[in-house]
Design a protein around this ligand. Structure first.
Ligand code: ASP
Length: 350
């Protein structure tokens, strides 16, 4: 029988209404256990690692990512898979970060949670947890990835965004197909799994550097705001959330400021505000300068995977912006698809 460790961090799945104001707060894990006796009937040996102080995932900290990584590494040989119960608000960030921190992963690490607490009659908790557990303990198929299991789909974690605060389909993977679909049968799309070398050793990186910024462009964004962000003390990396295929306004002050900060060693990563599709620097003249300045293209990275990738690489290469930029441009854990540029206009055409 396969063995799975369920790690409970908190989130709506285990929340109860606070007496007095009715706001939802995390409760201890025994409640969920009692509400889901089905787990005991499944052909899988389950152990539990409940956080003593479960959290709303909006309160997640890099220390929690480090703790999760450590729990998985310390229990890696004893289990065939891991299920992480987590709030949905930041689940895409946590799954992305864990995918980077756990290099050489050969076992499933499946994040799941719920949009309604487990003790609500219409809750999605039971379906999500049982699907996650079945996938993590599947006798035939091993998904060697950090994933999110939600609303009958298993998605690669670092491809996901929280797409709805309301629907049971809380997550989408706009640029990558599902790994598993759960209907009457579990359908495994093995062609979409990340290949792994059988014998590869699991390596866990502890260091995370959170000195990053996110600059989202909008028409009318002012010099003062951009300057305040880019001149923040100790800043080491910035994700630019740009328009369309990676374009931004061609204000001279903006391009000069970017150039100055790049020269000072800050690493810039360009991702699109569009939910689906990819950055293609140079396709329009409004992104040509970024290409010339050495801003790294995030291709089809989602923002959650971009921010965590930057934090991970800054932690890996503390004093080497060039190494950070080079690694940012590579696909590390299946988080981005590097496509050849489809069309780059010649100067005459522009
Ligand atoms: N605020 C909750 C959390 O992220 C939402 C959820 O779990 O669905 O912990």
């Amino acid at each position: 029988m396969k063995r799975v460790l369920i790690i409970y961090t908190g989130g709506t799945v285990g929340m109860v209404s606070q007496p007095g104001n009715g706001s939802l707060v995390p409760a201890d894990f025994d409640r969920i256990r009692r509400l889901m006796p089905e787990i005991d009937r499944m052909p899988v040996a389950v152990d539990y690692y409940p956080f003593l102080a479960p959290i709303d995932s909006s309160n997640i900290l890099p220390e929690v990512w480090q703790l999760l990584g450590r729990i998985i590494v310390e229990n890696y040989t004893g289990y065939d898979g891991f299920v992480v119960l987590h709030g949905t608000d930041t689940m895409a960030y946590s799954a992305s970060m864990l995918s980077y921190l756990l290099e050489g992963l050969a076992k499933p690490v499946v994040f799941t949670g719920a949009q309604l607490p487990a003790d609500v009659v219409r809750s999605d908790a039971k379906e999500n947890l049982i699907n996650a557990l079945e996938i993590a303990a599947h006798p035939e198929f091993v998904v060697p990835e950090v994933c999110i299991c939600f609303d009958s789909k298993l998605l690669r974690g670092n491809r996901t965004v929280k797409f709805s605060s309301e629907k049971f389909q809380a997550f989408q993977s706009p640029n990558y197909p599902p790994l598993v679909e759960a209907g009457v049968h579990l359908q495994f799309f093995t062609e979409h799994f990340r290949p792994y070398a059988p014998g590869a050793q699991l390596a866990f990186q502890r260091e995370i550097d959170t000195r990053v910024g996110l600059l989202k462009f909008f028409p009318g964004l002012s010099f003062d705001q951009v300057r305040a962000l880019l001149n923040a003390p100790n800043l080491r990396g910035v994700v630019l959330e740009t328009f369309g295929t990676g374009n931004l306004p061609e204000y001279t002050w903006l391009l000069n400021l970017l150039e100055e900060r790049i020269r000072s060693g800050i690493v810039f990563l360009n991702v699109s505000q569009c939910v689906a599709g990819a950055v293609e620097q140079g396709l329009y003249s409004t992104s040509r300068r970024l290409l010339e300045l050495g801003v790294v293209s995030g291709h089809d990275l989602v923002t959650e995977a971009a921010i965590t990738k930057l934090m991970y690489l800054l932690g890996r290469h503390p004093d080497d912006p060039t190494a950070v930029a080079q690694a940012l441009g590579r696909d590390l854990r299946g988080e981005m698809t590097i496509a050849e540029p489809k069309y780059v206009p010649t100067p005459a055409e522009r």
